[in-house]
Ligand binder design. Structure first.
Ligand code: ATP
Ligand code: MG
Length: 390
């Protein structure tokens, strides 16, 4: 009996002719995530991916697999040749190693050349278990559920399936540019995007000396957590001080946030195009603050035609916090460092800023050359997964 992990794809199965490509990307992501383990063998088939464990423990591997998007479930399976006597013996051995008093058998036979139909397999295996153990059958609320899957290449038996993250494999959806602040929302937006199969690069607007270098360490720590889902993340740090000072020198204070965010979108669009990112992603949530009312979003969004994805648009803050806790970014996000948004926060920001008014202020200074200057002075860092398993 060979022990291995069977990986199911979930949503992938609906993707028709793209499926091959998806499986190839998922297999690459899995191999990459498990590269620190020695002597694993991978068997990539059309319906499942199998990992032959050899002498490796299954628990740490399953826990890594559970965070890889595109995986629906992982079962610890035993593979044998498709022979009814071998199936009986293997089934007995497996249930004997489980705790419980009652059992149920499920059988699926996708290999139609196997001569015994699945109902009949159950009728042959169950009595064999009943005869050789003290277990009883309970089809409604069994302690042990043993699945028997008879496939082309052999028969798989398993009692345990662990839930995967779902979604699509990272990379199948292309790349996006995530606006990363040091707050709670943007790392969660990043996670949801990655779960949809879209990889990220990050843009951060820094305003030294108003913002401290500590913010950058905080971002690195946040990205280190996100490395669990994307092992290499590029972070672009844009010097934003001059633009921000110009905004405050040339506009009415209550419009400053709107204009500042329009500048952020302009910079993001320019960088996204340069880096082949197909969308801009941020942590905005409708109504959360003045700049995130629908009127504000219209005025801010007007500077770009690029798709702006706001995964948290309709989330309550409490739900966002739950997700931040789940991905382990919450405690880092609440560290008290000033963001460029918080420093210049006006007392009465406009909740319904008009485009005409905003444009009037923007005409007062040459923001275009400040944008070019900021883009020319971007500092880029790469945050990569550390080798924890060596
Ligand atoms: P977060 O939303 O991440 O918790 P926040 O609430 O302080 O942080 P908001 O003012 O709500 O940020 O900004 C909305 C979104 O704009 C953020 O989620 C983030 O995507 C983007 N953003 C804000 N500040 C910055 C910044 N300094 N650099 C890059 N993106 C930023
Ligand atoms: Mg926010």
């Amino acid at each position: 009996m060979k022990q291995m992990l069977m990986i199911r794809f979930g949503e992938l199965s609906t993707k028709g002719k793209n499926k091959k490509n998806f499986i190839a990307i998922l297999a690459r992501n899995i191999k990459n995530a498990l590269k620190e383990f020695n002597n694993l063998q991978f068997n990539v088939l059309y319906d499942h991916i199998y990992i032959i464990l050899n002498e490796n423990e299954c628990e740490p591997i399953i826990s890594i697999l559970q965070d890889i998007s595109g995986i629906k479930g992982i079962s610890l399976v035993y593979k044998i040749d498709s022979d009814i006597d071998l199936i009986k013996q293997a089934a007995l051995k497996i249930v004997q190693n489980e705790l419980g008093k009652t059992f149920k058998l499920n059988c699926k036979r996708s290999n139609k050349s196997f001569p015994i139909i699945s109902d009949q397999v159950v009728r042959l295996v169950a009595p064999y278990i009943l005869k050789n153990t003290n277990l009883k059958v309970d089809v409604h609320n069994p302690d042990i559920v043993l699945s028997i899957e008879i496939r082309q290449e052999g028969t798989y038996l398993f009692t345990k399936t662990f839930a995967g993250a779902g979604g699509y494999p990272l990379g199948v959806g292309g790349k996006s540019l995530l606006m990363l602040s040091g707050g709670i929302d943007s790392p969660v937006a990043a996670y949801l995007m990655m779960k949809r199969g879209v990889s990220i690069e990050c843009i951060h607007f820094a305003s030294p000396p108003y913002t401290q270098v500590g913010v950058i360490y905080k971002l690195e720590d946040l990205l280190d957590k996100l490395n669990k889902y994307q092992s290499k993340i590029v972070l672009h740090i844009v010097p934003f001080t001059k633009l921000q000072e110009a905004i405050y020198a040339n506009s009415n204070e209550s419009y400053a946030i709107t204009i500042m965010r329009r500048m952020m979108y302009r910079l993001s669009e320019a960088l996204a195009k340069k880096r082949n990112c197909l969308a801009i992603v941020n942590g905005e949530s409708i109504g959360q603050v003045a700049s995130q009312t629908l009127v504000s979003m219209n005025t801010i969004n007007a500077v770009t035609n690029m798709p702006i994805i706001r995964p948290l648009a309709i989330f309550d803050k409490t739900d966002i916090i739950d997700l931040a806790r789940k991905i382990d970014t919450y405690e880092i996000s609440i560290r008290p460092y000033e963001d460029c948004c918080t420093i210049f926060t006006p007392k009465n920001p406009k909740t319904a800023p008009k485009i005409e008014d905003v444009e009037k202020y923007e005409k007062k200074f040459d923001y275009q050359s400040l944008i070019v200057e900021a883009l020319n002075n971007i500092e880029t860092k790469i945050i990569e997964k550390k080798d924890e398993y060596l």
